[in-house]
Each structure stands twice: as structure tokens, then as C-alpha cells.
Design a binder for this molecule. Sequence first.
Ligand code: SF4
Length: 68
Amino acid sequence: MANANDGSCGTCAHFGDGVPAEQLVQIRVHSADDAGVIGGCDHPSNAALHLKVSPISSCDGYTPLEAA
Ligand code: SF4
């Protein structure tokens, strides 16, 4: 199982559109790549593209949950 370390979508404030709330909490708390989950990214630069990412994806728009 891969980990969603800091800097990856799983711990980013923009990740999770379409992911069930309970599953999203598990991904954030345990920093785990939950069986290939794919969620939407609502970062202003990505939202219009309807970007879908996994918890272990990343981009330069990463925003730590604590900063949101
Ligand atoms: S693609 Fe970038 S902005 Fe979107 S959730 Fe992942 S790290 Fe965050």
C-alpha cells in the first residue's frame, strides 16, 4: 500500500470531491492510498478541467489541510 505523504493529494485541502466523507477522513487521517480511490480536485486552476486524482498524485497547487 502506498502512502499519501505530505505534498500529495491525499493530504491536500483541494482533494476529495466525490469521495464519500468517511472514506476521505480515513485517507486524511491514515495518509493511505485507499485501494485506488479517485477524487476530484477543486483547486481553482484544476476545477474547470474536472481533474480527477488519486491520493498519491500531486501538483504545485498543493495546500496542506491545516492551511485551508
Ligand atoms: S492536484 Fe494539486 S491541488 Fe489538486 S488535490 Fe492534488 S495536490 Fe491538491
